[in-house]
Write a protein that binds this ligand. Structure first.
Ligand SMILES: [Zn+2]
Length: 490
């Protein structure tokens, strides 16, 4: 029975969608919001500091922060929103550290009992619990190490104000210029401003057609030039888990964006586009450095970065939407890695940040809105393992794209081979997520040895002869050459 963790059937039955909206307000209103922003930011940093202290001192986080004693620069209602926004930032940082923690413990040489205790502490976010035993001491040391490597969120430069309905009530407008406005409290108490909201037609269409409900919540974001934009949130019931359809393994490809276990490569044109943009980015950086300008201060540089991010995000969205329309009931993925060897360090960093956020958001939406389950597995050795016979060796990966098994001669696109292995990891206990790499390769070798009479005889020279028909006594029946069939979709 497959036991890898899938997030099928979460407790709450509600999903959220968010829509970008324009906030075409006049200068007077804009000034009032821009005056609120630095106070809001200061409040975020203040609240976050309290949350962090609570975690360290009490060992756990409460769900709500009492703002009664907080400075009066913000109203109690504003503090509620500020405090929630700060908590959300901390939560997302903690979730990432929880993943790091799990990875370190899983790949350590600690004994199983201690590992188990550490995993259980980590699962409960209980690193700072007041318990004086070996596991808790170790958990705290590990967190100290992680905190050195990943700085806690810094909200003092945040340009986002996440306001709930108590301070930004969204209502139908009573004039004809726009359909909605938000009644937003600013720094002057008792004198809220009405911020006009212009939404996409899609929002109204969906509100009308589906059972989406508009939440009383407005997010205001300022770009570096101080121009505002907004987001509205709707809630809708989560989709029921699909019971029909395929289970697909998905690998983050090298030359394409994604490789699927059914043999498809998606987003093959992206690589060339990225290489061109990378060349532009590198050239522009060089020119800016020559004239002593910091890239982040150049509008051209920022625009180029924005363009790359937007294109990459849109492509990811488009490909996942496509998958959502297919007969798929489950997608099996590994931990995300968007780096590519042919690109600059700068570009890889940009893609990693953009891609990670876009893919996890998209996977969440596939689960909640399309009812497709998502399972995560450990990717160790999936690029060296043969998806047909299980033989695992570095030499199987002949070039970046070509996989050729030294045991059974299977020849496949390397990314497709990896995505098939990812799919089959799904049936391992917990997707082998809490097992060390060395242990994985040991088990793979053992399993292959049990099955294959030739094990132990493989060496580099084998690769040349293995393209021929299967040799006598080999347990692999199919002709390997039949496997080379790759369908390309872009
Ligand atoms: Zn093989």
């Amino acid at each position: 029975m497959p036991t890898s963790r899938c997030r099928r059937g979460m407790k709450t039955g509600v999903a959220h969608k968010s829509y970008g909206v324009a906030l075409p307000m006049n200068q007077g209103k804009l000034k009032k919001l821009l005056r609120l922003l630095p106070v809001w930011r200061w409040g975020l940093a203040y609240s976050l500091d309290r949350w962090i202290r609570e975690l360290f001192e009490d060992g756990c986080l409460s769900t709500w922060q009492n703002a009664k004693s907080f400075p009066s620069c913000l109203s109690q209602r504003q503090w509620d929103s500020v405090s929630r926004q700060a908590k959300a930032a901390l939560d997302s940082w903690l979730t990432n550290r929880q993943n790091d923690f799990r990875g370190i413990v899983a790949s350590s040489t600690l004994d199983d009992a201690l590992k188990h205790e550490l995993h259980s502490i980590n699962l409960r976010y209980a690193w700072y619990e007041h318990v004086d035993d070996e596991a808790h001491h170790m958990a705290r040391r590990l967190m100290k190490h992680l905190r050195k490597r990943h700085r806690m969120p810094d909200l003092s430069k945040c340009r986002v104000m996440d306001m709930d309905g108590k301070i930004a009530r969204v209502e139908d407008a009573r004039n004809t210029k726009c359909e909605r406005w938000a009644v937003v409290s600013t720094l002057e108490s008792g004198k809220p401003i009405r911020v006009p909201i212009v939404a996409d037609r899609k929002l109204d269409g969906n509100l009308f057609a589906n059972d989406e409900t508009l939440s009383n919540h407005l997010t205001i974001r300022f770009d570096p030039e101080g121009n505002p934009s907004g987001r509205l949130i709707t809630t809708l019931p989560k989709a029921k888990a699909r019971t029909q359809g395929e289970t697909l393994g998905l690998d983050w490809g090298m030359d394409c964006m994604f490789a699927l276990s059914d043999g498809r490569l998606l987003g093959t044109r992206m690589s060339d586009w990225l290489k061109q943009r990378d060349a532009e980015l590198t050239e522009l950086t060089r020119a800016l450095q020559k004239s002593g300008i910091k890239p982040s201060r150049s509008r051209r540089y920022r625009n180029l970065q924005r363009r790359i991010r937007a294109h990459y995000r849109n492509e990811i969205g488009r490909l996942f939407n496509k998958l959502g329309r297919e007969r798929v009931k489950e997608i099996v993925v590994e931990r995300l890695d968007f780096r590519s060897q042919g690109l600059s360090h700068r570009m890889n960093r940009l893609l990693t940040r953009t891609g990670r956020a876009a893919v996890s958001a998209k996977l969440k939406r596939l689960q909640e809105l399309d009812g497709i389950a998502v399972a995560e597995v450990n990717p160790a050795y999936t690029s060296q393992e043969c998806s047909r016979c299980g033989y695992t060796a570095r030499n199987n990966r002949q070039t970046r794209d070509l996989f050729r098994c030294e045991c059974c001669g299977t020849t496949l696109h390397a990314d497709i081979n990896a995505s098939r292995n990812i799919l089959s990891r799904r049936s391992r206990r917990d997707g082998w997520r809490s097992i060390r790499k060395q242990e994985i390769v040991r088990m793979l070798n053992q399993e292959h040895a049990d099955r294959c009479a030739h094990h132990g005889e493989h060496h580099v020279g084998d690769a040349q002869t293995s393209g021929a028909a299967p040799r006598r006594g080999k347990p692999h029946e199919r002709d390997a050459s039949a496997e080379v069939k790759i369908q390309t979709v872009s």
